[in-house]
Design a protein around this ligand. Structure first.
Ligand code: ZN
Ligand code: FE
Length: 257
């Protein structure tokens, strides 16, 4: 557990880059490849060699670096089977329910359709970490581009049901704008109010707001709180289903300024 270093940085404008470096073997995995040049710089600065890319979904800001990185490092590229044709250089196709071994650790693949149809998350139980891509963000969730609201609700809920101490790594630094929306929905949630203040001060110092934890998200992320009486009252949806509340939140967020 202590043999793995997580190195996170921001690239493009608001994408997270994330490298996992295993000290014993020297192997290094990138979660998605938003920016080859920046990932190479981060690897070079540490003398690390890229052995793997774990792709969450096919969007350009998550796969754009694949071919250049594969060219330089010959790394393997793991990604969702149903999006294989859209993931440049993919060498191993996985789907929900699969698990594979990475440097002595079990990596579980979770199907998370909604943002894209084949979107997957990677969960490493022994590290208490999940890589959620553009499905679950801190205080928010991804836009529903390809799937249905039902699918996105169940994907987000699946991540929210992981062990509470699980660290949530996500695809973008969107927390500050997510916090503004969350506060508009649930202004009197003290945990959310505290987290929003923390996020403001972190961002004012140019620091990152992730990883979060599943426990913290359950307490403050409106998309994991569709059962909340306060939220339902605010929306005038006391008797609606969780999916209906989720869909209403997602639609409001789409037009929230
Ligand atoms: Zn995306
Ligand atoms: Fe993205």
């Amino acid at each position: 557990m202590t043999d793995l270093t997580f190195h996170q940085f921001i690239c493009r404008s608001d994408n997270y880059g994330l490298l996992l470096h295993d000290h014993k073997s020297g192997a290094t995995a990138a979660i998605d490849a938003p920016d080859a040049a920046e990932i190479e710089r981060q690897l070079d600065a540490r003398g690390w060699n890229l052995t793997d890319i774990f792709t969450t979904h096919h969007h350009g800001d998550h796969v754009e670096g694949n071919l250049a990185l594969h060219e330089r490092y010959g790394c393997s590229i793991t990604g969702p089977r149903s999006e294989a044709s859209k993931i440049p250089g993919i060498t191993r196709q996985v789907t929900g329910g699969d698990s594979f071994n990475w440097q002595g650790r079990e990596v579980r693949v979770l199907d998370c359709p909604g943002h894209t149809l084949g979107h997957v998350a990677y969960h490493i139980p022994v590290e208490a970490a999940v890589f959620a891509g553009d499905t679950l963000f801190s205080l928010g969730c991804g836009r529903v581009f390809e799937g249905s609201m039902e699918q996105m609700y169940s994907s987000v809920s699946q991540l929210g049901a992981l062990p509470p101490a699980t660290k949530l790594y996500c695809g973008h630094e969107y927390t500050q704008s997510n916090a503004r929306f969350a506060l508009a929905i649930e202004p009197h949630n003290p945990t959310l109010v505290r987290r929003a203040a923390e996020v403001d001060s972190l961002r004012a110092e140019g620091r990152m707001t992730c990883p979060s934890t599943i426990a913290a998200e359950r307490e403050a992320n409106p998309f994991l709180r569709t059962g909340s009486v306060a939220i339902r009252k605010r929306l005038g949806m006391e008797d609606a289903t969780d999916v209906q509340v989720f869909a209403e939140l997602r639609e409001r967020k789409n037009s929230f300024r």
